[in-house]
Design a binder for this molecule. Structure first.
Ligand code: 3PG
Ligand code: MG
Length: 418
């Protein structure tokens, strides 16, 4: 059933608790936390503008990082408040707590159309525990609840789920924000009734992360193209040599089952046919987790589906690019989730960037609807300079995967029906 949205709300003079996903990448520079990518902040502005225009008093809540229920100064949302004010041109105030007297007096002072951002909700352990008493305290701050945090909607936390239950329980409205609505439309309805051919491109390291998505998309897609680390588990299932490439031997049966289902359904299921390989050499150093760091030496094209024993596949090769590109360019609906290789290293970025280019081309020249499923693929589109040239890029990582698997997200389930 369709969920209530901010368009349906009358919020004049009301206190509106808006959950946003401002879990943005940050970095310390000269002792200050600086935001590296403000996409998630920008994407909420239409919702905020609408609620401001409607005369609501906005109380924004979000989490940042994983502080583990303690105050962690490097994870304060204060710089985010400044960034939001700069990007939106709306005055944004900040309070360095999420419940308690300071927050209550800041909320009491809100005028119609003004915005207050609360501190990182995960500074309290009750947030992730979805503690009912904590949710009650949050709910006391507001009359109406809006969730625009698609990226956090797979979490049943106090600000994403508990508070909505309390507000709905006392007869208040709980609505989706405009970003949430768009995410649900592009990753949901649009893929349920896709224009054909519907081409799915999947990458990333693990079959285990994506197997549920693969299984579900085998019921919908015309073609599935596989690149990235998960290729090698599929190749192992087909009896090829994978050298030192990443793989999950315990998922070979799952990969096998997906290949058989594809055959039975008449879905074209194509694996990368060649690779850029390199020789991993132990550098003698350890990473932050205490594991040995391997250097990838002598990258070269391996023109075969078999990889020599001493080498590791790190990107798809030129023949795979040639195979995948026209299929993507002729698609009418495209879903892309997961890079083709280690694109952060320029030596292994060509495959991922070629796919990014093909997706942008299909969108512009063939009128395809192109949907980028969040996380690393969005980063890859942006690194390729093509972020603005696709139909939709999800702001969710884990949330978009779970949603694509067909799971009900707790943050969505808690919203009122229309
Ligand atoms: C994310 O970035 O994945 C979301 O903001 C959720 O954060 P989490 O994975 O720490 O719950
Ligand atoms: Mg996550």
């Amino acid at each position: 059933m369709a969920k209530l949205t901010v368009n349906d709300l009358d919020v004049r003079g009301k206190r509106v608790f808006v959950r946003v996903d401002y879990n943005v990448p940050m970095e310390e520079r000269d002792g200050q936390m600086v935001i590296n990518d403000a996409t998630r902040i920008k994407e909420t502005i239409p919702t905020l503008e609408l609620l401001v225009k409607k005369g609501g008093k906005l109380i924004l809540a979000a989490h940042l990082g994983r502080p583990g229920g303690k105050r962690e100064p490097s994870m304060s949302l204060r710089p985010v408040a400044a960034k939001l004010q700069e990007l939106s041109g709306l005055p944004v105030s900040f309070v360095d707590d999420i419940i308690g007297p300071k927050v209550e007096s800041a909320v009491a002072g809100l005028k119609d159309g003004s915005i207050l951002l609360l501190e990182n909700s995960r500074f309290y352990p009750e947030e992730e525990a979805n503690d009912p008493a904590f949710a009650e305290k949050l709910a006391r701050l507001a009359d109406v609840y809006v969730n625009d945090a698609f990226g956090a909607a797979h979490r049943a936390h106090a600000t994403t789920e508990g508070i909505a239950r309390v507000i709905a329980g006392r007869g208040g409205k709980c609505a989706a924000g405009l970003l949430m609505e768009r995410e649900l439309r592009f990753l949901g309805q649009e893929l349920d009734h896709p224009a054909r051919p519907f081409v799915v491109i999947l990458g990333g390291a693990k079959v285990s992360d994506k197997i549920k998505v693969i299984d579900r998309l085998l019921d919908k897609a015309d073609t599935i193209l596989i690149g990235g680390g998960m290729t090698y588990t599929f190749r192992l299932a087909l009896g090829f040599k994978i050298g030192k490439s990443i793989c999950e031997p315990d998922r070979v049966d799952v990969a096998q089952a997906a290949l058989e289902k594809a055959k039975a359904r008449g879905v074209k299921f194509l694996l990368a046919i060649d690779n850029i390989v390199a020789t991993p050499v132990d550098s003698g150093r350890l990473n932050k987790k205490g594991r040995p760091v391997f250097e990838l030496r002598q990258p070269r094209v391996n023109d075969s589906t078999n990889i020599p024993d001493s080498e590791e596949g790190i990107d798809i090769g030129p023949k795979s690019i040639q195979l995948f590109t026209p299929i993507i360019q002729q698609a009418k609906t495209i879903l892309w989730n997961g890079p083709m290789g280690l694109f952060e290293d320029p030596r292994f970025a060509e495959g991922t960037f070629a796919i990014a280019k093909a997706v942008a081309d299909a969108t512009e020249r063939n009128g395809a609807k192109s949907i980028i499923g969040g996380g690393d693929s969005v980063k890859a589109m942006n690194n390729a300079g093509l972020g603005g040239r696709v139909t939709f890029m999800s702001t969710g990582g884990g949330a978009s995967l779970e949603f694509l698997e067909g799971q009900e997200l707790p943050g969505v389930a808690a919203l009122s029906e229309k």
